[in-house]
Design a protein around this ligand. Structure first.
Ligand SMILES: [Zn+2]
Length: 466
């Protein structure tokens, strides 16, 4: 089926341009100056709308086992919610636990996704145990499986933690095969000491989750990861969910030297704070327990992160979507914040929350599209199939209404969560229509997609390496 998206303003990283977009089957086949396209086609009216590439959320954890429970969105509920929010591709994390075969972990994630996803999806691989076998598996995943990024943890000793020697070995392997090392950069062993001391003092409220993960321990780990990558002959390094000013300084300094160092942040760090959310009375703060944690509003983190997005020291905005319900899940940590499952759900709200940054004068329109779609596609080897409105690209397109408004809350969201981290927020802009590979899956408030429409996207190497 062919149709012409007519009268809209196409937004690319270089800015807005009025253009009509011709879709044929699953692909974009042409752009036309307004009104110059073929006249005999079905049309979709985009007057007054931005026409943007479908959002790419490069950091999600659907139905991920964590802390004795499992993230509450399945691939079915989570990808449907993502679609409502204008995201047409996710990259989720398949997991190898310590002692498991990497390929078995990957197969388990393929089994979870098969037939269930409403939008396209790829995988990064979490390496829970770096050893001779898993290093060999990295080559195989890059060569045969379309998985070109591997996540390691400097946090969570006894769970996902890798020591510096393991990290260095994985980085050396990545330098050889071109893969990206993604790093959860927090000093886990030091955090564990602070957590134990806090609990011994009777500091058990969710607020202390943040206090025991000070920004110095994010900055130190970020710096150490950058130096280890340097020792590994400038292995490509991507710092996930960067939250703090001092960590950002480390990334900026490395980038100023031309290093293959990249970073993402998440909407929660751009807007929410240690005091106002994590420090909410009683157990309420559990809603915002995530790692890295929300930072203090009395320091300059939020302003610095917005600036980092403008200067490209922060290249990508992902959600780190990892939802847990309050009932039976977050509640596991009543009386002991260290037992609260770590994670915030937000896969549905990223495109809107970043558009609010445009309205607030913190990002340009072009930079909005770049950080939510184009750069994630290029960073993780999906460009130009994804992340751009151009002939030959997948017809993953969002018609975005800048004059609309989005009200966020548990009554209206589509994520499988019994609360919203953004309850009551009303922000500018609204997703109007979502197209995934040529199929309209969201139109206004109506859902037209289906589980099983989403396909696995094998990925190539990052385009940003030097
Ligand atoms: Zn994560």
């Amino acid at each position: 089926m062919s149709f012409l998206i007519k009268g809209g303003t196409v937004v690319s990283p270089t800015g807005p341009t009025p253009a009509d977009v011709l879709v044929d089957g699953e692909k974009i086949v042409a752009l036309f100056a307004p009104g110059t396209g073929p006249g005999d086609l079905e049309t979709m009216d985009a007057t007054g709308k931005y026409v943007i590439p479908g959002g790419i959320d490069a950091h999600t954890h659907m139905q991920m086992p964590f802390g004795g429970t499992e993230a509450s969105d399945t691939f079915a509920t989570g990808t449907r919610a993502a679609a409502f929010g204008g995201t047409t591709t996710i990259v989720d994390f398949a997991i190898q636990r310590y002692g498991e075969v990497v390929q078995d972990g990957l197969a388990a994630w393929h089994a979870k996704t098969a037939g269930n996803c409403h939008i396209d999806y790829g995988f990064h691989m979490i390496l829970g145990g770096v050893d001779d076998e898993s290093l060999k598996a990295m080559d195989q995943l890059v060569a045969d499986e379309g998985i070109t990024s591997f996540k390691l943890f400097m946090a969570y000793p006894g769970v996902f933690y890798s020591d510096d020697g393991q990290i260095l070995r994985a980085m050396q392997k990545a330098r050889d095969n071109g893969a990206m090392i993604m790093m959860h950069a927090e000093n886990g062993p030091a955090i564990d000491v602070l957590v134990k001391q806090a609990l011994e003092r009777g500091e058990t409220d969710p607020y202390y989750h943040g206090v025991t993960r000070p920004q110095e321990l994010e900055a130190e780990a970020t710096s150490r990861a950058i130096w280890l990558a340097s020792v590994a002959a400038d292995c490509p390094l991507y710092i996930v969910h960067l939250s703090a000013s001092k960590a950002l300084e480390q990334v900026a300094a490395a980038r100023d030297k031309g290093r293959n160092v990249f970073a993402e942040t998440c909407p929660q760090y751009l807007y929410l704070t240690l005091e106002d959310q994590l420090g909410a009375p009683g157990f309420e703060g559990a809603k915002w327990v995530c790692s890295t944690p929300l930072r203090s509003k009395h320091e300059s983190h939020r302003a610095d992160l917005w600036r980092g997005l403008r200067t490209n020291d922060l290249a990508v905005v992902s959600t780190d979507h990892c939802p847990f319900c309050m009932k039976d899940q977050k509640e596991m940590g009543v009386g002991d914040f260290s037992k609260i499952p770590n994670g915030i759900g937000g896969v549905e709200h990223r495109v809107d929350l970043l558009y609010q940054g445009v309205v607030d004068g913190k990002l340009s329109l072009g930079r909005w599209v770049e950080t939510i779609a184009t750069t994630p596609a290029r960073m993780f080897g999906m460009y130009p199939r994804k992340g751009v409105i151009a002939p030959g690209s997948d017809a993953d397109i969002v018609l975005y209404d800048p004059s609309g408004r989005t009200r966020i809350g548990v009554e209206t969201h589509h994520m499988n969560m019994d609360y919203s981290a953004w309850e009551g927020w009303e922000i500018a802009g609204k997703v109007d229509t979502v197209i995934s590979r040529g199929a309209v899956i969201v139109q206004g408030d109506e859902y037209k997609g289906r589980a099983g429409h989403g396909r696995y996207v094998p990925r190539g190497l990052s385009e940003y390496l030097v």
